[in-house]
Design a protein around this ligand. Sequence first.
Ligand code: 5AD
Length: 369
Amino acid sequence: MKRTPASARLDREELAAMLALRDPAGREELRRRAESVLLEECGPRVAFRGLVEFSNICRCNCRYCGIRRGNRAVRRFRLDPGEILECARFCAEAGYGSIVLQSGERNDAEFLGFVERAVRAIKRETVSGALPSGLGVTLCVGEQAPDAYRRLFDAGAHRYLLRIETTAPALFARLHPKEQTLASRMKCLESLKAIGFQTGTGVMIGLPGQTHGQLADDLLFFRDMDVDMLGMGPYIANEQTPMRRHAAGTRARHAEILELSLNMIAAARLLLRDVNIASTTALQAMDPVGRELGLQFGANVIMPQVTPVRVRREYQLYEGKPCMDEDPQRCMECLRRRINAIGREVCPDDWGDAPHARRRRAGMPEKQR
Ligand code: 5AD
């Protein structure tokens, strides 16, 4: 019988203590442990997914987000189907293996049909010798009804990301207008899983008033939800939102949030072990080598920008977003160099599913916890 890994028994107090680590020696020890679990469970390869932010039209009014409905300073756009397909072809040719379609949230029939057709076209048009079933498609288009999720799954998307943002009820309520609820988001995650999506979630780190204990609870939630993927990143204030006055402000606070974000990735790796964890763009907004640091603290997925440069500025969820002008070809080369420089390798022409998802599919008994 498989030995229960010590890390699977981490409790809330131990997790909160990991998150609170500030001294370099303690953090390096945490980093090393996370890296060794990563190498053991997932190997050294980093999976790429080309990220297409295909529309910033959004019905939500999240108080932290730059593309919230209430931000009149944003020019709204939606890419044409042909442009999305062009991005997908680029991904397939670049060896990315997977694509993420992300947008603001809409739940009208026109939008749903648009996304469904885009997924079908991508799956159809990207089949090749290297990708016999086409690109892997991950969707990140917010809260939808179960039958909408089902249609998107049937169209060929096999992974879905929906961040819970925070599992602390009072904090969630401060971040969102009252028509957006934690309960509804949880229901969506349940429905995605029931439909058969490989499901990912995540939180923002360093939110005003957020505690280490709350982040530890978030980690335990990820474990209890048995998610396959995580995308977490530092909260970065946006001047065009109601939360601008909570701007991180001092340099000390900035460093603290970056360290906390990296500690969070490491703690997630130690607790969840074989899931995919993204090293997110927001990390790089905080530090020029933020994404490399994320990989070194236990992440194994990178999402290079493939959104056409002409609309990238319109998709600024937070300030200081990097890679605003680089064309996708240059982004790819730059990332490959960065990954090789830290002794890891890219994993071309592969959907890059989490070992956790493969094990679940194979019907192996759930990890003992
Ligand atoms: N800072 C950091 N992350 C943000 N997101 C939205 N606004 C911000 C911000 N100001 C994140 C949310 C969302 C994801 C697409 O982007 O977590 O789920």
